[in-house]
Design a protein around this ligand. Structure first.
Ligand code: ATP
Length: 613
């Protein structure tokens, strides 16, 4: 009979122990979340009842006793069918609408929270009376960790006097530490300090209130200064560092309120996003990522949010369109805050930028409006020192941008002495911002620094004098030919610099290629050889004003002259702060060794003479 329903159709069976292991080892970071799940159910039950009876009681009580823990709420309660439907079906929740999904007003939504209690409990007993069905009897649902449960009416005399629910846990062997009264207080405080209803923990007659709402940012203060001080102190006590400043957040549309605290030290951009977030009063976590745009890595937030969704572990934010919109809105708020500081409190802005300029530069790269506002405050490394570009541009209508820190160091002293304006574009974001300058400051030109820009700015030597030194220059060129370096003579400031090693990007690439070719064999070496470039080579620019150069030009001994030129080359290389190639180090050692040898030879006859006398 093919149309008969198959007798092979079965319902899934769930192995509770396996499921609890899965939850505790892969979903929740620690069994400690059991308190959060109990509190969450109690809060949701109170919220649900308040919708029916706005004046119903709201206090939630936890009692820690020898046999375990009991949490009592005056919430909506459950009828017997409810207990079968919701408590006994994993994944089913009363807090979802078939159409709308999770309901805004509740914390829970997944229908798995109660299972978290099995990570620490041997048995869970729920004694409950429904507020929705006034005549419904008090029932008891008892589940044990072997995966079985029973539902029954409680015995006469044991009924609850009022609607609500009492959940009782007995500890599992080995999990007793999660039931120590101090720990329960600590966990209730950690997760539930900002819950909207009062929560108390009682042990041996001592009652501790663990809620402390409304949050600090929702309280009234006598003055803005008092408010700022209270929020700063609160931030320090919760985050463990004294914040540099704070930004307040208030996005009513998504129910976000709270404070972003400015880190007192430069932050690591890769460690951004460690925020302490409460969803509807319940702590989601204290290192939650994804709330702010990546560039805002200088802030740590303490916020409450109503409309953001948690992941099933309730330890991270669920990434959806709402979260993306929130991130953008909070980014906008941070930007406005910076703008307000620039206009109203430049001293605070300076303090902020002295630590977090990189974050602001990152932001300004994509926000011309902000860059315009920040330009007078953001400092850049230039040949005039660390100055804002507005100031630098007053002295230099043409700004050259060095592509790397190394290139900047190579030319900075010389360029500064010739009055050429060079900015260091080697730091992250700086180059991008520098090239936006002409749009913000009309009349200012910005160009990439080329190796020739500096040599071109140096004064040529009188042709007659250059001719006189032709022999010396030829000898110097012959010495540096094997190193692929040209030699030219110029006059420049400061006199103390004897020689400059100038190398454009093309020359640097050619040098790397040549090195690779020298180290390779066979086809690879041939290929590299074919790539040999005819681009300009590196140059050693000798300073004709430097007394050492003038003296060297008079050395008659070609060997000593060669060694001296090598030493000059080495010294100029050292000035570039570039890491030396093994060949350069060898050259330096050899040149200085030989010079020392010469020096001692020159010194010896005099000494010998003295000894003889
Ligand atoms: N204290 C309580 N009062 C009334 N009903 C409760 C209580 N605790 C649990 N329930 C019922 O049991 C259901 C399942 O609870 P459980 O904690 O497993 O999931 P949830 O709260 O719905 O969702 P989540 O997994 O996100 O916590 C709830 O939807 C609710 O109907």
């Amino acid at each position: 009979m093919p149309d008969e329903p198959s007798e092979d159709l079965h319902s899934f069976q769930v192995d509770l122990r396996g499921l609890v292991d899965l939850l505790s080892q892969h979903l929740y970071s620690s069994p400690r979340v059991y308190i959060r799940e109990l509190l969450q159910n109690a809060v949701d039950a109170v919220t649900a009842r308040a919708k029916l009876e706005p004046d119903a009681p709201r206090s939630i009580r936890i009692l820690v006793h020898e046999g375990g823990l009991r949490i009592t709420d005056p919430g909506i309660g459950l009828t017997e069918p409810d207990a079968h439907r919701f408590l006994s079906t994993i994944g089913r929740s009363s807090k979802r609408d078939e159409l709308a999904g999770a309901r805004q007003e509740f914390l829970g939504q997944f229908g798995i929270g109660l299972l978290a209690c099995f990570t620490v409990a041997e048995s869970i007993r729920v004694v409950t009376r429904s507020a929705a069905a006034p005549d419904a009897p008090t029932i008891q649902w008892l589940a044990t960790s072997d995966g079985t449960y029973s539902v029954e009416r409680v015995a006469a005399g044991q009924e609850l006097a009022e609607p609500g629910t009492r959940v009782e846990l007995t500890p599992r062997a080995g999990a007793e530490r999660w039931f120590v009264p101090e720990r329960v207080v600590e966990l209730a405080r950690e997760y539930g300090a900002l819950l909207p209803y009062e929560v108390t923990v009682e042990h041996e007659g001592r009652v501790v209130r663990t809620t402390d709402s409304p949050p600090m940012w929702d309280r009234a203060y006598p003055s803005p200064v008092a408010r700022r001080m209270a929020l700063m102190d609160y931030g320090e006590s919760v985050l463990g560092f004294a914040p540099l400043d704070l930004v307040e957040f208030d996005l009513p549309l998504v129910g976000i309120r709270g404070v972003g605290y400015v880190l007192p030290q430069p932050a690591n951009p890769t460690e951004s996003g460690r925020h302490r977030i409460h969803l509807k009063g319940m702590l989601l976590g204290d290192a939650v990522a994804g709330l702010l745009p990546d560039w805002a890595f200088f802030l740590r937030c303490l916020v409450t949010a109503d409309a953001l969704k948690p992941t099933a572990s309730r330890e991270a934010l669920y990434e959806d369109e709402t979260l993306a919109a929130v991130r953008e809105a909070l980014g906008g708020r941070i930007r406005d805050w910076l703008t307000e500081l620039a206009v109203q409190e430049p001293a605070r802005l300076h303090a902020f930028l002295s630590v977090h300029a990189v974050g602001v530069k990152a932001l300004a790269c994509h926000d011309a409006g902000l860059l315009r506002i920040m330009l007078p405050y953001l400092e850049f490394e230039t040949t005039d020192g660390r100055v804002p570009l507005t100031e630098f541009a007053k002295a230099h209508k043409e700004i050259l941008v060095a592509a790397s820190v190394e290139e900047f160091r190579q030319v900075a002293a010389i360029a500064a002495a010739q009055g050429v304006g060079v900015a260091n574009g080697g730091y992250t974001y700086d180059s991008e911002l520098l090239f936006q300058l002409p749009e913000l400051l009309p009349g200012v030109a910005v160009e990439q620094l080329a190796a020739d820009s500096i040599t071109d700015a140096l004064d040529p030597v009188d042709p007659v004098e250059e001719l006189r030194l032709a022999g010396f220059l030829t000898a110097a060129r012959a010495t540096l030919e094997p190193l692929d370096c040209d030699v030219i003579l110029r006059e420049f400031q400061p006199y103390s610099v004897s020689a400059l090693h100038v190398e454009g990007r093309a020359a640097r690439q050619e040098r790397t290629r040549a090195e690779a070719e020298a180290e390779s064999e066979g086809l690879w070496a041939e290929l590299l050889g074919a790539l040999k470039s005819t681009q300009p080579r590196a140059r050693l620019v000798l300073n004709h004003r430097n007394p050492v150069i003038r003296k060297l030009a008079q050395i008659p001994d070609p060997v000593l002259l060669g060694t001296a030129v090598e030493a000059l080359y080495g010294q100029a290389l050292l000035m570039t702060h570039r890491p030396l190639r093994p060949a350069d180090t060898a050259l330096l050692n050899r040149a200085f060794g030989e010079l020392l040898g010469w020096a001692t030879q020159v010194a010896r006859p005099a000494t010998d003479g003295q000894e003889a006398a």
